[in-house]
Design a binder for this molecule. Structure first.
Ligand code: NAD
Length: 330
């Protein structure tokens, strides 16, 4: 079947990765239906159809899968550390995301959908392997014995198993990726659900040269961050392969959060003092391990963190400037 004929459903199409994915799939010539609770905040979706609906409702899931060949399931109740690690949203995160996956997968299987992609997360990896910020272990095989450090991670692990069970028992093709901190333009940058790269870019964009910013924790916690276009390359490659996964899609370029702030300062041309304050921060160290994806798909990211952050900072700086302009006008 040519791309033009294939009908694709993107669940979570109003979100950050889903929004970019719809654009990519349209560029590749697919017919695309998006579904989300909301439209994209920052651009108009090029989807052929966009259904506003709540996928925790089985009837919504039943309707959106009609006539669809392949699904990318990205809808989830999620956010950055300020949302996931405070504990205040645990019940909602587990209930909403599990319901979405139960409904979408069941209805997809009943409707005869051929293949479904599921976006899991690096948050499934056990905390005990991520205590040393310089030497975390996030190889796919290290997921068990399971000990994620958040309920968000536990739900992702449950849902990975749900997708694999449907594949084993019903034969529906599944592709599972564990994303590691994806960032870029049109990602949430304010409001409490933003993740570290966007939060740091916003704080530095808002700060005066010579001023100060706050960073949660001692700033020595490490992460690796993947630029959005690279994430989409990995997702498309996985979807078109015959490899089920789960497999990491991330970068191996690790950086501490304080050094991320220094990198953003360099790009912004600002010198800002970092105040490390108590706050939710997750595991001490995390980095994608790309051995398996290299072996199975011959894929690795090519863009440096600096290049990705440059694009992202430029975009966030513009959002900050526009917000200030609007506040002055009100
Ligand atoms: P996002 O929050 O921007 O997108 C998720 C979308 O799901 C949102 O637009 C939201 O409105 C939608 N949604 C939530 N509940 C819904 C419901 N009941 N019905 C319909 N839509 C609903 O997040 P994102 O960064 O684009 O992440 C996409 C997927 O990738 C998520 O499953 C997330 O857990 C996973 N992931 C992301 C990252 C990352 O760094 N961004 C890392 C690991 C995993």
């Amino acid at each position: 079947m040519t791309n033009q004929k294939k009908k694709i459903l993107v669940c979570g199409a109003g979100g950050f990765i889903g929004g970019h994915l719809v654009k990519r799939l349209k560029e590749e010539g697919f017919w695309v239906r998006g579904c989300d609770l909301k439209h994209n905040e920052f651009s108009v979706s090029p989807a052929d159809e966009f259904i506003i609906g709540d996928l925790t409702d089985p009837l919504v899931a039943q309707n959106v899968v009609i006539g669809i060949d392949e699904i990318y399931q990205l809808a989830a109740d999620m956010g950055g550390a300020g949302y996931i690690f405070t504990g205040f949203h645990d019940a909602a995160v587990m209930h909403n995301s599990a319901m979405i996956n139960l409904n979408v997968l069941e209805q997809a299987n009943r409707a005869g959908v051929k293949k479904i992609f599921y976006s899991s997360s690096a948050c499934i990896y056990p905390e005990y392997n991520q205590l040393d910020p310089e030497n975390p272990n996030c190889s796919e095989a290290s997921a068990y014995p399971a000990a994620p450090d958040s309920e968000y991670g536990w739900e992702k692990l449950f849902s990975e198993r749900l997708y694999l069970s449907y594949y084993r028992n019903y034969g529906i093709q599944v592709r599972i990726a564990r994303f590691h901190n994806v960032f870029g333009e049109e990602g949430t940058w304010t409001g409490g659900k933003e993740k570290a790269p966007a939060a740091v870019c916003r704080k530095i964009a808002e700060a005066e040269n010579g001023g100060s910013i706050e960073i949660w924790g001692d700033g020595k916690q490490t992460r690796s961050f993947l630029y959005i276009s690279e994430c989409l390359d990995g997702v498309r490659k996985l979807m078109d392969s015959d490899f089920t996964g789960p497999v990491n899609i991330g970068s191996e370029e690790m950086i501490s959060i304080n050094n991320l702030a220094h990198l953003v300062m360099e790009i912004a041309g600002k010198n800002v003092t970092i105040n490390n304050i108590p706050g939710p921060q997750g595991v001490r160290g995390r980095r994608s391990d790309n051995n398996l994806i290299g072996e199975k798909l011959g894929w690795k990211p090519t863009l440096t963190l600096r290049e990705g952050i440059k694009h992202t900072y430029t975009w966030i700086q513009k959002q900050v400037a526009e917000t200030i302009r609007e506040e002055i006008l009100v």
